[in-house]
Design a protein around this ligand. Structure first.
Ligand code: G1P
Length: 288
């Protein structure tokens, strides 16, 4: 059973300036819930309750969000508003939250390596909060955790993207084991469309085996001079096995204004208009 999950949340969120000047981008809400809470809910639903955050300067609001606010809670006690804090209270009661700081921004691989002290020597999940995912029937990380139990190796979630967008993602090539499960044979970080091995893009959900830490330590900076998790995973794929999984559900790039607005509209229709609290699981869509 995987218990731990890392959330790299040190990034600046420059695409959302000025909103993110004094506030972490992960606190930006979709409807009434911050992105980071969706991410934590997805991990919790997958059974991962030891949660580690790789934070940076200006990110204290994240720690406060996952803590009790006595004054506020006292203030709204007995009012209808209490209900609005039920979800976050449940997470606080059922999960543990640990934090470490990434002093320098040297890439996602480096952020994950910084989280090593919070993870130790066991498999763990990684969730990038700005990729907001809604799993069909079951959350995306829970789908991946199930697959981990079958393969016992690192898993990346993938999605087909338009060919001209491969330069925004890590892109894989793989041997199909089923319609939605691939054994990775190659992966490239943000390739030009002409060099991309496919249009299957890695999205911000990973399950990693702990040998990844030593591999990252020995991974040279790659694309944009940053230590890339994609490069470390390619090493792991060559030495053993990495599985790419086309998940069931939807994903929005909430690191961009367009994706953020689309996610908001999706939640508005899927949850708000139906008078339901927004969640990271949606009903399975019936195929015609
Ligand atoms: C990171 C990874 C990339 C992955 C993406 C998913 O890139 O480096 O491989 O496809 O997350 O969101 P970033 O978006 O942080 O530049």
């Amino acid at each position: 059973m995987i218990k731990k999950c890392l959330f790299p949340v040190a990034g600046y969120g420059t695409r959302f300036l000025p909103a993110t000047k004094a506030m972490p981008k992960e606190i930006l809400p979709i409807l009434d819930k911050p992105l980071v809470q969706y991410a934590v809910e997805e991990a919790h639903e997958a059974g991962l309750s030891d949660l580690g955050f790789v934070t940076g300067r200006g990110k204290r609001a994240l720690e406060d969000h996952f803590d009790v606010s006595y004054e506020l809670e006292h203030q709204i006690q007995g009012s209808g508003k209490e209900k609005q804090l039920e979800g976050i209270r449940k997470l606080i009661d059922e999960c543990t939250f640990s934090y470490t700081r990434q002093i320098e921004m040297k890439g996602l691989g480096h952020a994950i390596l910084t989280g090593r002290t919070l993870v130790g020597d066991e498999p763990f999940g990684v969730v990038l909060a700005d990729d907001l995912c809604f799993g069909e029937g079951v959350g995306v990380l829970a789908q991946m955790a199930k697959l981990y139990n079958q393969f016992r190796c690192s898993i990346v979630a993938i999605e087909e993207v338009p060919k001209d967008e491969t330069n925004k993602y890590g892109v894989i090539a793989g041997e199909a084991l089923t319609d939605n499960i691939f054994r990775v044979t190659d992966m490239v970080e943000k390739p030009d469309p002409k060099d991309a091995p496919s249009n299957m893009a890695i999205i911000g959900r990973y399950i990693l085996t702990p040998d990844i830490f030593d591999i990252i330590e020995n991974t040279e900076p790659g694309k944009n001079g940053e230590v890339q998790i994609t490069d470390a995973l390619l090493q792991q794929a060559k030495e053993g096995c990495v599985i790419a999984y086309k998940f069931s559900g939807k994903r929005f790039d909430c690191g961009s204004v367009k994706g953020f607005v689309e996610a908001t509209n999706f939640c508005y229709e899927e949850f708000y208009l139906k008078n339901e609290p927004s969640a990271t699981v949606v009903p399975i869509k019936k195929t015609k």
